[in-house]
Design a protein around this ligand. Structure first.
Ligand code: GLA
Ligand code: ZN
Length: 687
């Protein structure tokens, strides 16, 4: 059981709550509690950005108001997710200690303002954070109403101040030992960028150095390290006061200003904030918004191998999309169910009450300025709460995936930074989605792992564009295959080492050429309007005759691998009959190599055929209608929950392989289950 579920064996239904903005009107705060109960809210996130209210003057801590709020909530059955306030700081601090403010890559220090505007190296800032966190912990770490620490808020970004430069140099000394080694690993003889003193090293900046790729990569690694150290400083006083209270911080989908995976050893539970642009299509099909957000849920679920929390989503609209459309009737329920389906143990909102002023005054909230509960949004929130109250048994339920996709932050940075072979977008994320989408559409559970995570237990491992190889990843891929796994490698794999130096000799490097039984001859990147054709010559399973490919086509030679498809082209670089898709038996396993950035249909055909051969089954043995997704979780004791989501404006029906019962209504369905437009169902086995 995850720790938070042990503390509160219910699905969390909560919201960000900023009572500090409403202290002038105690009636509002009293009302809030009554209205929260009406909305079936069982937890709130308190204290986010509340530093000015908690420490209005240096060293003067005002925690009584917070204690009163936490007590009142608790007495009314509402738990607290307590935030540390480091995401934004009081003006007095910025004035007195300018070093707490962030310095940009242009070496200009920011003025007081905004949020996430701090230096994570500054000893003063770390000390101030530690001091306020110590106060919060002393007062609340043993409060029965406090169930979770929420560290800062959407931690992100980098600082280039002198303190950070010094820390960066120290980090580099630790990593490389000698300047000679660093100069070699960064290849600094290029353009005469050789360093002769550690103090000459500066973080990357458009005003100075951006061309030393090893520097760029190490800088991002340093930012990740420093963020994790800042984080450790935040949690030490909290854990010292009560190690039983778990710790989380809210991630932003696919955000990579630092490497989230470096925080995982410090987190008890992963949480994320989900804000897709619902209703941005012309045909009412929400599939592509769902694809993106379900993929990120699967990333979060895979990070610690257990359920995550949905820390934020809007009950209606945001205020920062290009056009801030409110969720249409029923969409909140549908999007809540898809989060549960992909591993969430909570549905939480930003926010309870719309602020009256400043930049979020028009952001959606459960309570709007009208201050009424008889609104559509309030009713929808409340009915999500009622649904969650029935789902205690789902808390902590696991997803069992036999297939995994390797998607790695550092690899993404390196591909983006590489200068060539395409500077228009190499499409790393796009290729990831070509693998994810067909599995998702078929209802096949998939984990998403980074290059450091253990993937030995899967049956199928998809490895899009693993350009950068670090540590023993290549060896683990080889072992995985040798021991009977099926791996799919693609173009643009195994080209640089962990410091972004190109491998000498044959690639894919580090033994991956042997695993795949192929060797790279040339890369042929294409403009977006150019295409090549892949012609299937023989496959062990049904595929179409040919597929379109674009973006990046590799000319490879088969060195022992069986050729399953070839190019059919006029290109002199990729003459006809050069291999394009290969298969290699390696040890007890099999490696496929996809040399060209092929169209969606290719990945769908390949993956679904492979899944079938490998016994990787969808959660329901049925063909899902277009626009419907399915997922499942297994609760403690083996009870299965299935989820069906209809992302279209049309009525759909799903053929059932066995009778299922609607968990909410109790109604059983023998052969077919209807799904209303944008409908979603939570199902269990019918007796
Ligand atoms: C983020 C933040 C919140 C709020 C919302 C608005 O997720 O964490 O504080 O600003 O965005 O959508
Ligand atoms: Zn700094």
């Amino acid at each position: 059981m995850p720790k938070y579920a042990a503390l509160l064996p219910h699905m969390l239904h909560g919201c960000d709550y900023n009572p500090e903005q409403w202290m002038y009107d105690p009636a509002i705060l009293r009302q809030d509690i009554e209205h929260m109960k009406e909305a079936h809210i069982n937890c709130v996130s308190l204290g986010i950005f509340a530093w000015a209210a908690l420490e209005p003057k240096e060293g003067e801590y005002h925690l009584d108001w917070l204690a009163e709020v936490i007590d009142n909530l608790y007495q009314n059955g509402i738990y607290t997710v307590l935030a540390t306030p480091s995401g934004a700081r009081p003006a007095w601090m910025a004035k007195k200690y300018p070093e707490v403010l962030r310095t940009g890559a242009d070496r200009v220090r920011a003025l007081m303002g905004g949020r996430h505007n701090h230096c994570y190296t500054s000893p003063v800032y770390r000390e101030k954070v530690r001091a306020i966190n110590t106060q919060l912990a002393a007062r609340f770490a043993k409060h029965p109403g406090v169930i979770l620490w929420h560290i800062s808020n959407e931690i992100q970004g980098e600082c280039h101040c002198e303190l950070c430069q010094a820390a960066f140099r120290a980090w580099l000394r630790e990593k490389y030992g000698t300047l000679e080694k660093l100069n070699h690993e960064w290849w600094t003889m290029f353009w005469s960028h050789t360093y002769s003193d550690w103090d000459e090293i500066e973080s990357p900046s458009w005003r100075g150095e951006t061309n030393v790729h090893g520097l760029n990569l190490d800088w991002k690694r340093f930012v990740s390290h420093q963020t994790a150290e800042f984080f450790r400083n935040e949690i030490e006083p909290l854990k010292a006061a009560n190690p039983a209270i778990p710790v989380t911080t809210n991630f932003m989908g696919f955000h990579d200003s630092f490497d989230y995976y470096k925080l995982l050893p410090l987190l008890d539970v992963v949480s994320w904030d989900s804000y897709p642009t619902w209703h941005n299509s012309t045909d009412g099909n929400e599939m592509y918004n769902a694809l993106w957000s379900d993929a990120y849920s699967d990333i979060c679920r895979s990070m610690l191998g257990k359920p995550f929390l949905l820390m934020e989503n809007t009950p209606s609209q945001t205020n920062w999309h290009e056009v801030c459309r409110p969720k249409h009737p029923g969409i909140l329920r549908l999007t809540s169910i898809t989060k549960l389906a992909h591993g969430a143990d909570s549905i939480q909102y930003f926010q309870w009450r719309q602020s009256r002023g400043c930049s979020e005054k028009f952001h959606g909230a459960v309570m709007t300025h009208a201050n009424r509960t008889d609104t559509r949004v309030f009713r929808e929130v409340s009915s999500v709460g009622t649904m969650l109250e029935k789902l205690d048994r789902l808390c902590g339920a696991k997803t069992k995936a036999k297939a995994a996709i390797l998607f790695d932050t550092e690899n993404g940075w390196a591909i983006r930074d590489a200068k060539g072979p395409r500077n228009q977008d190499m499409g790393y994320q796009e290729l990831f989605f070509r693998f994810y989408e067909p599995l998702w559409k078929a209802g096949i559970p998939v984990d998403i792992v980074n290059a450091d995570m253990d993937f030995s237990g899967y049956h199928l491992l998809c490895v899009p564009m693993l350009y950068l190889l670090r540590g023993d990843t290549a060896k683990r891929i080889a072992d995985f295959t040798k021991q009977g796994g099926t791996v799919i490698l693609t173009m643009h794999t195994g080209l640089v080492n962990e410091n972004d130096l190109c491998y000498m000799g044959d690639t894919p490097a580090e033994g991956l050429a042997e695993v795949a039984g192929v060797r790279l001859l040339e890369m042929d990147p294409l403009y977006d309007n150019q295409h090549e054709t892949m012609r299937i010559t023989r496959t062990p399973f049904p595929m179409a005759e040919s597929y379109r490919c674009g973006k990046l086509c590799e000319r490879i030679s088969a060195e022992g691998a069986e050729v399953l498809a070839v190019y059919e082209t006029d290109s002199p670089v990729l003459p006809d009959n050069m291999p394009c898709l290969t298969k290699n038996e390696f040890g007890r396993g099999t490696a496929y190599y996809v040399a060209a950035f092929a169209e969606h249909r290719f990945f769908s055909d390949l993956l679904l055929s492979l899944a079938e051969r490998l016994g990787i089954a969808p959660v329901l043995d049925t063909t899902l209608p277009e626009g419907v997704t399915a997922s499942a979780r297994m609760a403690e004791g083996g009870e299965m929950f299935w989820f069906l989501m209809n992302w279209t404006a049309e009525q759909k029906s799903v053929n059932l392989p066995f009778p299922l019962r609607d968990f909410e209504s109790g109604r059983s369905y023998q052969n077919v289950i209807p799904l209303a437009p944008y409908g979603a169902k939570i199902l269990v086995k019918a007796e």
